[in-house]
Design a protein around this ligand. Structure first.
Ligand SMILES: Cc1ncc(COP(=O)(O)O)c(C=O)c1O
Length: 378
């Protein structure tokens, strides 16, 4: 074997122990090398994405959808419904639309919706629930990840005591909470909220954009979470590296027929398959890969702290994020140094005292000591 082929074979062997199965097949010297501490997933480059897409469609039984129905989209919906323990699931082009269709469908004529003040639904949808679906969002627990059962009950009492009759139709919970540094809502609190809501005839929706990270941090399965809610949304582009997309899962009587509303909202994409053709490849062993990514992160943290130049801090109820304090180097200079070694960090202003770093499966692309060296420099 000549030197070039020997090196390539070595790189492939390393990659095969480090990369999720879908990426493994398409790995080459130039692709799938960067580690990023910036995003929920692998932040695939256009060439990496095209390589994975090519690989996915080469599977003998790959079939396109038409207007987001049938073929690969229907197969993906069935896979997620089974993984989440729900009767049915529907593909939607964005999580924003998944939340919107979920709460409007569940609410029916009961227009009030309990939400976290820090949720995507309340902050990042441009009042879509109010403007497009005539719902009234009641934002609870500003500045905190979770609201308690007592806070929910307080709003239920206020609603019941109004001069004009109105009802809370939906309890919507996001977990992990992106705006609270990906903190999770404690499982026991979810159980209390869910049981109370059910007893009151209030329907329950989970914004689980990042649901598949929770088992690693709470010991509760995605099924256990999903069982507490009527509908569950999971992002397809965050952990599973699609180009966009969301799954909304629930009972067949809620989900079946929802494709009409999807199209009504302009979300019936004529060909959705290129957005998600690689998703199943990342989904099937995601939880194991994410656990390995945290093992790698812990090794990196240990090496950095042993140097005496870095301190790491994890959050109570934290999931995918930790905070790093660097001594003797400004955050932007650190980011520049790391980038030269193929490790991407946020570029923060000099006065930032802690750098938020995201753990994702791109950490499996390099050995932990190589990642640590990118921080430590020559
Ligand atoms: C918690 C949460 N919910 C919903 C969304 C919306 O997803 P999309 O960007 O696919 O519309 C996001 C997106 O960042 C999110 O973080």
């Amino acid at each position: 074997m000549d030197r070039r082929h020997f090196l390539a074979a070595g790189a492939a062997a390393t990659a095969s122990t480090l990369l999720p199965a879908a990426a493994e097949a398409a790995a080459s010297d130039a692709l799938f090398q960067d580690v990023n501490f910036l995003s929920d997933g692998q932040a695939l480059t256009p060439r990496e994405y095209a390589a994975l897409l090519d690989k996915a469609v080469q599977a003998g039984n790959f079939a396109p959808d038409y207007y987001s129905r049938g073929g690969a989209i229907e197969a993906l919906e069935a896979t997620f419904a089974a993984r989440l323990g729900k009767q049915a699931a529907i593909f939607l082009p964005t999580g924003t639309l998944a939340n919107q269709l979920a709460v409007r469908t569940l609410a029916g004529h009961n227009h009030r919706v309990l939400v976290q003040a820090e949720s995507h639904l309340y902050n990042d949808s441009g009042d879509a629930a109010q403007a497009l679906s005539g719902l009234t969002l009641l934002p609870l627990a500003p500045g905190r990840a979770a609201f308690t059962l007592d806070e929910a009950k307080e709003w239920a009492e206020r609603t019941a005591g109004g001069r004009v009759e109105s009802r809370i139709g939906v309890l919507s919970v996001e977990s992990p909470v992106r705006r609270r540094q990906h903190e999770f809502v404690p499982f026991d609190e979810l159980v209390r909220l869910s049981e109370w809501a059910k007893s009151q005839g209030i329907r329950r929706h989970l914004d689980g954009a990042r649901l598949f990270n929770l088992p690693q941090h709470t010991g509760r399965s995605v099924n256990e979470y999903a069982a507490l809610f009527d509908t569950v949304y999971v992002s397809l582009w965050k952990h599973f590296n699609g180009a966009s997309g969301a799954i909304l899962a629930g009972d067949a009587r809620v989900i079946d027929g929802l494709y009409h509303a999807r199209r009504q909202f302009g979300g019936g994409l004529p060909y959705a398959w290129p957005l998600v053709a690689g998703v199943e490849g990342f989904l099937h062993d995601y939880e194991a890969q994410y656990a390995r990514a945290w093992e790698a992160a812990d090794q990196v943290i240990a090496t950095l702290e042993a140097s005496g130049r870095f301190t790491a801090r994890k959050l109570e109820n934290g999931t995918s994020l930790f905070l790093l304090q660097a001594r003797g180097i400004a955050p932007a200079a650190l980011a520049e140094r790391a980038q030269k070694h193929g490790v991407l960090l946020p570029r923060l202003p000099d006065e930032a005292s802690e750098i938020p770093l995201q753990v994702n499966t791109s950490l499996l692309r390099k050995p932990p000591d190589a990642i640590a060296r990118a921080f430590l420099g020559p």
